[in-house]
Design a protein around this ligand. Sequence first.
Ligand SMILES: [Zn+2]
Length: 205
Amino acid sequence: MRANFLFISATVLLALVVAIVGVVAMRVYLRYRGKMLVRCPETGKAAAVKVAAGDAARCALLGQDDIHLKECSRWPERQNCGQACLSQVGQDPQNCLVWTKVADWYRGRTCAYCHKPFDELHWHDHRPALIGPDMKTVQWSDVAPQDLPEIFETHLPVCWSCHIAKTFRRQHPERVVDRPGNRGPMGELLTGHTEEHHSSSTARS
Ligand SMILES: [Zn+2]
């Protein structure tokens, strides 16, 4: 009877320890997963990196602390660097996520064409776009992550609907009729004017 009690107690204790360690490892994995943007200490420019979140979680299971990179946009050329950028990741991994940077940039802004405000971005939504001096819209997810910080400086935000309309207009100029308004150098609608989606160009039937 006493042996049974001891066995059950030991089993429960073991299960508890395994559960706690598992939770700690999962938290480490969630903390470091995802593509991140850091400022490369060597170049002073943005680099896109991925922490080896799986390795970090496995080490956490063993009570060890081992954070290293799995990917970097400067690899393979600089694969042997000291990974000094990890100090930036360690301070606030969530804030380094590409997704966080993108969401922060769109938050509170309005589409350059229709002036519709951007809501909080969701991963399942259509990806919004940007337009630059070349007048071409591009979805943010089609830009190399390490280029995003520079592009954010020179481009304007464009909603997905306007991106589709502008792409159609660019690819089929013979099928649209222009309705010029008060527009800036990138074709964006300037303040004081509003338009419904697609009203600046009407597809010919
Ligand atoms: Zn728009």
